[in-house]
Design a protein around this ligand. Structure first.
Ligand code: ATP
Length: 303
């Protein structure tokens, strides 16, 4: 396993950013999807050892995220979403500086900086002041600093944000090349499903700090659910467990409303049979306007 997380919790004060996330990533390019505030950036920061989980355990490339942060940073590259450029520097100095921060000797970092800047297409502009760079060049520079130390694993946070279509295409092509030819595992956080699909075979979908789905994109896209909002009176837990055994997904919301996801190939009749057998009175059963498919689409920014 490249990444293993077990029941990870993290809150910023009262805001729960990650609420019991358990997942395992094996080799390949993986997309990390979710709506704003889902916890994607927090998850990446935890994986890098920048934030310690308040509960739960995790390993990245076999290293403990609480105890072995220096080893993680040596073998993991990170392209943050925020602009991390240092004004007054040129690209070579900047990229080499990040190489040194990851533990490379000075001379080696300078040499690698030249190599990676040519690789991302900034060879000609490598001595220009960074503040003169366009948005696309800045993104490519951020990518260069993330791979300067030849990491085994690369975390990319919104790598295509603020880019025009051609800038986006360039970055995505570079990421595909890195992932397929350079033998570097990538985890890419994004809102944009089409970007993820062009690079990744697998996805992790977060929603409100929880794992909403994980798996092959092709398989997840085949999933179809009908979502119902349900209110009941009676033995709620027994009923919920029964519905889950049938194959429904049931979410309990704070105001005692149940969200019941019924797979397309399952009969709704079974819901009412279960209610009858569990002696539960159904007070509300309405088709929700938002299906899981809609939620997924909304999260990733496609129709
Ligand atoms: P986005 O796509 O908008 O970047 P995200 O999925 O990356 O969102 P996070 O940035 O991890 O989500 O945020 C998860 C939750 O934690 C949100 O509710 C956010 O407002 C909150 N949060 C994030 N960073 C901080 C912080 N430094 N202090 C307080 N709350 C924070």
């Amino acid at each position: 396993m490249i990444v293993e997380l077990n029941n990870i919790h993290f809150s910023y004060g009262r805001v729960k950013a990650l609420d019991g996330v358990t997942l395992g990533l094996s080799e390949g390019a993986v997309g990390l999807l979710g709506p704003n505030g889902a916890g994607k950036s927090t998850l990446l920061r935890l994986l890098l050892g920048f934030l310690p989980p308040q509960k739960g355990t995790g390993r990245v490339l076999g290293y403990d995220i609480r105890l072995e942060q220096p080893q993680i940073r040596r073998h993991v590259g990170y392209m943050p979403e925020d602009e991390c450029l240092i004004p007054g520097m040129d690209a070579v100095t900047f990229t080499a500086y990040f190489g040194e921060l990851s533990g490379m000797p000075h001379q080696e970092a300078i040499k690698r900086a030249h190599d990676v800047l040519f690789y991302v297409g900034l060879g000609e502009s490598r001595y220009r002041q960074l503040e003169t760079y366009s948005a696309g060049m800045k993104q490519r520079l951020k990518l260069a600093q993330a791979i300067v130390h030849d990491p085994k694993l690369l975390f990319l946070d919104e790598p295509t944000s603020n880019l025009d279509p051609s800038g986006r295409k360039e970055i995505l092509e570079l990421i595909t090349d890195i992932s397929s030819k350079k033998d570097i595992q990538v985890l890419i956080s994004s809102h944009i499903l089409t970007d993820i699909e062009s690079v990744c075979s697998d996805v992790v979908i977060l929603n409100k700090g929880r794992l909403a789905a994980q798996g092959r994109i092709s398989e997840l896209k085949r999933l179809r659910f009908r979502l119902y909002e349900v209110r009941i009176k009676g033995n709620g837990q027994g009923f919920i467990e029964r519905l889950r055994r049938i194959g429904y997904t049931v979410e309990e919301t704070e105001d005692n409303l149940l969200k019941v996801y019924i797979p397309e190939d399952q009969e709704i009749l079974q819901f009412f049979q279960a209610a009858e057998e569990e002696k539960v009175q159904v007070r509300l059963f309405v088709r929700s306007q938002t299906s899981l498919e809609d939620l997924f689409a909304k999260a990733v920014g496609v129709d």
